[in-house]
Ligand binder design. Structure first.
Ligand code: MV4
Length: 446
């Protein structure tokens, strides 16, 4: 195991990694920007190094400053967390060239799965179902029209470098296809410096189900079952749960096995997530892969009993996975609410400011992953998530009741939060009966 690692991130995930390291006996070097100077969680690291001004482009995204911090802090490896540089293959490469192990996949595997068109190609080659669409990238309007007629309108144009819904356009007919192609390509070129696009049939109101996987450097790949992340608003997830409700065991098993097969084919190692869309008839389609630990990883930890961060460190240190597929079972039901500092009265715009009072719920099966405390000021510079509230119970019904009890106990004063919206969702009869899809929030509680 490593003696000391650097955490190239901030906030709750930095604290989550510090905690895992303490339990493993691994020392930590935290990094911080001027905006995060003095944050309480930094005191829990063995060392904290300033890497620049508040703007992430000048600090948390600056590869050379993070590498310098590794040297200053004497780290042997780097955990990137999520966001920032976590899916930057060049960063993974630079870390390893400087002899700091990157706690994640190889840069080759990261590039392969990070490009959505090449990830789709691997799915195709390994027999993993993907959304019907173009064979590869779209080179011309004529080619787009050919595939659109093959699969039927409406279709979705997606950027191969895309993410979070950017570079995506729906086209209902041949007329709209032309504009959709141009707009998606222009947006992608502008946002990612890569304007390449492909085409998929548009699935109406799908469920978003993703499979957690972890693989070691000895050829072992294990899935840790699935999460349903359909409860999102404008590509911001609000509630995640595991298992996915109303899913046949045969579908669940087929999807998870398909995910593991894809990961093996990509020679992908460490933690990753395979995203699927699931339609009304429970057909599942691979859409993309995330080459990082995700925000919502704790719901999987609660139902499987596996600490994913510790497992990431073990795998990166060259150890074989300490479990096999047949050891991994889903036990009970876990739900997570992302507590965001945002104002529901003003289109959910970020609501930074000082937390005047904070009362954190507890009790049976409750977990709160957060770096904030009373007196903490939520900065407008970074994302607005202040914490993740999780409940683990034996049944979904009990988990929902537990979460509603916890949301009523939680008091975050001084800023507005997403909690009222989450209470409305959890109280809704359709949510309670597991009728969830990505159109739920717009349709029912907004
Ligand atoms: C889709 C889709 C429908 N059909 N692809 C949105 C972001 C990106 N990760 C993929 N997304 C979608 N791809 C086809 N062919 C609908 C979405 C989508 C969505 C997916 C997952 C979670 C939330 C979503 C919200 C709106 C649209």
């Amino acid at each position: 195991m490593f003696k000391r690692i650097l955490i190239a991130n901030r906030g709750e995930i930095a604290l989550r990694i510090i905690r895992a390291c303490k339990e493993l006996g691994v020392e930590t070097v935290a990094v911080f920007s001027e905006a995060d100077r003095g944050a309480a969680y930094l005191n829990l690291a063995d060392q904290a190094v300033c890497i620049g001004p508040a703007k992430s482009a000048d600090s948390y995204l600056k590869i050379d400053r993070i590498i310098s911090a590794c040297e200053v802090g004497g780290a042997e490896a780097v955990h990137p967390g999520y966001g920032f540089l976590s899916e930057n293959a060049h960063f993974a490469d630079v870390c390893r060239s400087c002899n700091y192990e990157f706690i994640g996949p190889t840069s080759e595997a990261m590039s392969l799965v990070g490009d959505k068109n090449s990830a789709r190609a691997i799915a195709q080659q390994t027999g993993v179902p993907r959304v019907p669409g173009s064979d590869g990238l779209i080179e011309s309007e004529g080619e787009a029209l050919k595939f659109a007629r093959q699969v039927g309108f409406p279709v979705l144009i997606k950027a191969t470098a895309g993410g979070g819904g950017r570079g995506m356009r729906v086209a209902a007919d041949a007329e709209q296809l032309k504009t959709a192609l141009q707009q998606a390509a222009a947006e992608a070129q502008n946002a990612f410096g890569n304007g390449a696009v492909y085409l998929e049939k548009f699935i109406e109101c799908p469920r978003h189900v993703e499979v957690q996987i972890i693989a070691d450097n000895h050829g072992n790949t294990v899935h840790l079952w699935e999460r349903d992340c359909s409860m999102q608003r404008r590509h911001q997830k609000l509630i995640e749960e595991s298992p996915a409700p109303n899913l046949k065991q045969s579908t669940r098993k087929a999807m998870c096995e398909a995910a593991a097969k894809l990961v093996k084919a990509a020679k992908y190692t460490n933690a990753g997530t395979i995203e699927f869309l699931v339609d009304k008839d429970e057909n599942f389609y691979f859409i993309e892969m995330n080459a990082r630990i995700q925000v919502e990883h704790p719901v999987t930890e609660l139902v499987t009993g596996i600490d994913l961060i510790k497992t990431q460190l073990r795998v990166a240190a060259g150890e074989p996975l300490p479990f096999k597929q047949s050891d991994i079972h889903q036990s009970g039901w876990a739900i997570e609410c992302r507590i965001n500092a945002e104002d529901p009265e003003h289109h959910f715009r970020p609501c930074p400011g000082k937390i005047e009072q904070l009362i954190i719920p507890g009790g049976f099966g409750v977990r709160f992953d957060s770096h904030v405390h009373a007196g903490y000021t939520v900065s407008p510079v970074y994302d607005s998530m202040v914490g993740k509230l999780l409940v683990h119970q034996q049944t979904r019904q009990e988990a929902i009741a537990g979460m509603l009890r916890c949301l009523a106990e939680l008091k975050v004063e001084g800023i507005k939060t997403s909690v009222p919206l989450q209470r409305r969702i959890l109280e809704h009869p359709d949510f309670q009966s597991g009728k969830v899809d990505t159109g739920f929030i717009e349709r029912t509680v907004l």
